[in-house]
Design a protein around this ligand. Structure first.
Ligand code: AMP
Length: 580
C-alpha cells in the first residue's frame, strides 16, 4: 500500500466526528490493504508500530524529531521548534516546512514501517544520530500529509481516535460483509491481544483461519474482568450456579505468567511486559510450577511474612521502576497468588470450566509462602459467602471475588460478565455509619457464654407511632469485658412479657424481654428486607428491614432509646443502597 493512501485516510479520520463514518473509512482502507501490509495498517491506525504487548515503540523525543525535520527541510532545529510552537504540533510543523519534495518512488506503508522499526531498535553509541538520519530520510521522500503522519507515528502522537473495537468493526465490515459479524474477530483478538495478527489471518485465510487462532506462550490473553452488584445478596442469583467459588480478593497487580521451560514472561493487566519488575515471581514460577509450559493468571501482592498481613497496593507500586529492581524486591518481596490456569502443555484451557481449570492449577503448583493458589471456599449459601467476606476484611484483604462453577464457566478473555463478581469493602459506604439501636431483649448464652447473654435484640425507634421495631440480634463484636458487663448491665431489666412499645415477630422473640433503656452502637454489612424484623414493617407483604451481620461497637449511654436511629433513617439507607 502506498503510504499516501494511509496518510490521506488519517487526515479524513481526523476530521470525522461520527464513529460510523470512522468505521466506514477504515473498512475502505483495510479492504485495499495487501496481506503483507494489513497488520501494519492496523498498528498505524492505533498509533503503534507493533502489537501493544511487544513493548516496541519509537517514542522519540522533541529534540530528535526537531533535528530530523530540520535535516530534511534544510533548516535549523530552532526554526522547526518555532514552527512547532506556532502550530502546536511537530506533525503540522513538518507538513508546513518545505522538504526536498517527494522522491520519484512513492513511499510505501512497508518502507515507513521499516524505518520506524529501525528507529525503535536503535541502541548504543551513535544511535541518536542514526534515529535522526533514518527519520530525515523518510521525511525527505514524503509529501506534506505523509510528513505529518510519519512525525506523529514516530513521536507516538498519532491519536486518530479509532480504538481497537472500531478497528474490529471495520475489519468485519470489509471482509465479513457487516460489522455485526465482529464476534469471532473480537474473540481472536481477546485471546491473542494482537489486532494485526487477526487482520493478517483474516485477509489470508478467511474466517476459519481466524477461528483457529489459539492461545500461545509469550503472547498475553486479555484478562477476564469482574462484574459488580449493588448488594452482596444479589450474588447467588446473578451467578446462577448452585456452587459458587468465593475467593480472596487481593489488592495488588494483575499478573499473567507465561512459563516456557525456564523462560518466564510476566504481563500486566494492560498487557505490558513486567517481567523485569518481578524477578522474585519469575523465580517462584520457575521453581514451583511443575508443567513444562503453562499460562497462569493471578495477582502479585506484597505480603509481610513476619506480621502475616498484606501490605497496601501503594507499597507494591514502589516496585514499578527500572533501576535498583533487585534491591527493592528484597525490601518489598512479592508473593504470587494464582487464581486461574489458561494453558498447559500445548493445550488451551479457556473453554474448560472453572472447576477444571482450578483443579489443573492445584495439580501443577507446589505452593510455598511466595506462590500459591488463591484461598477460597466453595458454597451455595449466602451466609457462608458473607462469613468468608467478613473474615477476608478482618485480615486486611480488599474483599472477595465470587466465581461460577457451572459447566459453562469458561475463561472469557477480555469480557466483563456475570461469571465473576467482586464485592469490596468500600461498597457499603452507608454502613461505615453505624446505627444506634435500643436494646429490647436478649438470648441466653450457650457454651463459653453460659451464664451471660449470647446476643441482644436491637430495635430502631419509630417516632410517629412511638414504638421500637426490631432490626437485628447482635451476637458478635463483644470483648470479654463487654460480655462480663452484659449480665451486670441487664440484671433486673428483664420483664416477663413483650413490652408494649416493642413490636417484634414471633420468630424474633428473645429468651428475655427488656423495657428499652440502653442504646448500643452497631455496625452491619447491609440492610435487607426480612420477614423476621419489624423495622419499617409492611403489613401487606409482611416484611420489615433487617441489618445483616451486625457487630457490637460500644454502648451509647449518652443516648436515650428515643434518640436511637429511626426506622425512617434505616429505610432511607436501604433505598439509597438499592439506588431507588
Ligand atoms: P477491580 O480492580 O476492582 O476491577 O477488580 C478486579 C481485579 O481484582 C482483577 O483485575 C484482579 O487484578 C483483582 N483480583 C484480586 N483477587 C482476585 C481473584 N481471586 N480473582 C480475580 N481477580 C482478582
Amino acid at each position: 500500500m502506498k503510504f499516501a493512501t494511509f496518510a490521506a485516510c488519517s487526515e479524513e479520520l481526523g476530521a470525522t466526528s461520527s464513529r460510523n463514518d470512522m468505521t466506514t473509512l477504515l473498512a475502505r482502507l483495510l479492504a485495499t490493504a495487501a496481506p503483507d501490509d494489513i497488520a501494519v495498517v492496523c498498528y498505524f491506525t492505533l498509533g503503534d508500530i507493533a502489537p501493544g504487548y511487544s513493548g516496541v515503540t519509537t517514542g522519540i523525543g522533541d529534540r530528535t524529531v526537531a533535528a530530523a525535520i530540520a535535516l530534511a527541510a534544510g533548516t535549523t532545529p530552532l526554526s522547526v521548534e518555532a514552527a512547532a510552537r506556532e502550530t502546536g504540533d511537530y506533525g503540522d510543523a513538518a507538513a508546513r516546512l518545505a522538504g526536498a519534495g517527494p522522491a520519484a518512488e512513492p513511499l510505501t506503508v512497508a518502507a515507513v514501517h521499516r524505518g520506524l522499526m529501525d528507529i525503535a531498535r536503535a541502541a548504543g553509541p551513535g544511535s541518536a544520530e542514526r534515529e535522526v538520519e533514518t527519520l530525515a530520510a523518510l521525511l525527505s521522500a514524503a509529501t506534506p500529509p505523509e510528513r505529518r503522519s510519519i512525525v506523529r507515528l514516530a513521536t507516538g502522537k498519532m491519536r486518530l481516535g479509532a480504538g481497537d473495537m472500531t478497528l474490529l468493526d471495520a475489519l468485519a465490515e470489509a471482509y465479513l460483509g457487516s460489522k455485526d459479524a465482529r464476534a469471532p474477530l473480537e474473540h481472536a483478538y481477546n485471546i491473542s491481544s494482537d489486532i494485526g495478527l487477526v487482520a493478517r489471518t483474516l485477509k489470508s485465510g478467511g474466517l476459519p483461519a481466524v477461528e483457529a487462532i489459539s492461545v500461545t506462550l509469550h503472547r498475553p490473553v486479555r484478562p477476564m474482568l469482574t462484574q459488580r452488584v449493588a448488594r452482596l445478596s444479589e450474588i447467588p442469583e446473578r451467578i446462577g450456579s448452585p456452587a459458587i467459588a468465593v475467593e480472596e480478593k487481593y489488592d495488588g497487580e494483575r499478573v499473567q505468567a507465561h512459563k516456557d521451560g525456564d523462560d518466564v514472561t510476566l504481563f500486566s493487566r494492560r498487557l505490558t511486559d513486567v517481567t523485569h519488575q518481578y524477578p522474585d515471581i519469575v523465580r517462584s514460577v520457575q521453581e514451583h510450577v511443575t508443567a513444562g509450559t503453562v499460562i497462569l493468571d493471578g495477582e502479585a501482592v506484597a505480603f509481610d511474612h513476619e506480621t502475616k498481613t498484606y501490605r497496601p497496593f501503594q507499597t507494591l507500586m514502589r516496585r514499578r521502576r527500572k533501576h535498583r529492581v533487585g534491591e527493592v524486591a528484597r525490601e518489598i518481596p512479592a508473593t504470587y497468588r494464582a487464581f486461574d490456569l489458561l494453558y498447559m502443555d500445548g493445550a488451551s484451557y479457556l473453554r474448560r470450566s472453572y472447576p477444571d481449570r482450578r483443579a489443573a492449577l492445584e495439580a501443577v503448583l507446589s505452593p510455598d509462602e511466595n506462590i500459591s493458589p488463591a484461598d477460597r471456599i466453595v458454597t451455595g449459601d449466602l451466609n457462608a459467602i458473607t462469613g468468608f467476606y467478613i473474615a477476608c476484611i478482618e485480615r486486611g484483604l480488599e474483599g472477595i471475588v465470587c466465581k461460577s462453577c457451572a459447566d459453562d464457566s469458561f475463561y472469557r478473555a477480555g469480557a466483563r460478565e456475570w461469571q465473576w463478581i467482586k464485592w469490596k469493602s468500600d461498597y457499603a459506604p452507608d454502613l461505615a455509619d453505624t446505627l444506634d439501636l435500643a436494646v429490647v431483649g436478649a438470648n441466653a448464652g450457650r457454651g463459653k457464654r453460659a451464664g451471660t447473654f449470647g446476643s441482644i435484640l436491637c430495635a430502631a425507634y419509630n417516632p410517629e407511632e412511638d414504638i421500637f421495631q426490631t432490626v437485628c440480634a447482635v451476637g458478635t463484636g463483644f470483648t470479654d469485658a463487654d460480655l462480663a458487663d452484659l449480665s451486670r448491665r441487664f440484671a433486673g431489666a428483664t420483664v416477663d412479657r413483650q413490652p408494649a412499645r416493642v413490636m417484634a415477630t414471633p420468630q424474633a422473640a428473645p429468651d428475655f424481654w427488656f423495657v428499652p433503656a440502653d442504646v448500643a452502637e452497631v455496625r452491619g454489612l447491609e440492610i435487607t428486607e426480612s420477614p423476621v424484623h419489624t423495622c419499617n414493617w409492611d403489613p401487606e407483604r409482611r416484611r420489615g428491614l433487617a441489618l445483616r451481620f451486625p457487630r457490637f461497637v460500644r454502648w451509647r449511654d449518652d443516648r436515650s432509646p428515643e434518640a436511637a436511629t429511626t426506622t425512617a433513617e434505616v429505610a432511607a439507607m436501604f433505598r439509597r443502597r438499592r439506588g431507588v
